[in-house]
Ligand binder design. Structure first.
Ligand code: NI
Length: 178
């Protein structure tokens, strides 16, 4: 399997809520492999299935301990507050300081159909919240304050849709892209 291009801001597939996965089978395992390859090729730390055009509730992430998928994820509880500079593979080259809960309790399934329950903080907790947003059709620009959003939309309106996911200037290396 090879990497697929990451869908970019303006693509309607990013604004739809994804559907629950019903069967954990070989085709889901293939999807997860493709998602992991696509995430790494784009040098991201997280990727939701709809970012490669698949409307299913699956995300993959790697915050330094290897890539893992989470199927049908749900956030059960959040706590605290953390400010972090967040980027998104679907909005390349931009990032914003975003305040979200620090600690999250995530549940879901792994590729064997076993239940996962993870208590995460900081970057891992942030990745979970960002990818859950994607699966609900919510993009990072919707998490900005009014001034940030105005500025962002001005920049984004000036861009052509379907930019390549590649980041030749390496600007993405200065912040985390999820
Ligand atoms: Ni993202």
């Amino acid at each position: 399997m090879s990497a697929l291009p990451i869908r970019q801001f303006g693509d309607p597939v990013l604004k739809e809520r994804t559907r629950e996965v019903e069967n954990i089978d070989g085709s889901l395992a293939t999807l997860v492999d493709t998602m992991i390859e696509s995430m790494y090729e784009a040098r991201g730390s997280g990727l939701a299935a709809n970012q490669i055009g698949v409307q299913r509730r699956v995300f993959v992430y790697d915050v330094g301990e290897g890539a893992r998928p989470v199927i049908n994820p749900r956030i059960m509880e959040t706590d605290g507050e953390w400010t972090y500079e967040e980027g998104c593979l679907s909005i390349p080259g931009l990032s914003w300081e975003i305040v979200r809960p620090n600690a999250v309790h995530l549940v879901g399934l792994d590729l064997d159909g076993n239940e996962i329950s993870i208590e995460a903080t900081e970057l891992e907790g942030r990745a979970f919240q960002h990818e859950l947003d994607h699966l609900d059709g919510i993009l990072l620009v919707e998490r900005l304050d009014d001034d940030q959003r105005k500025e962002a939309l001005k920049i984004l309106r000036g861009r052509t849709l379907h930019l390549p996911a590649a980041d030749p200037d390496g600007i993405g290396s200065i912040f985390t892209r999820l």
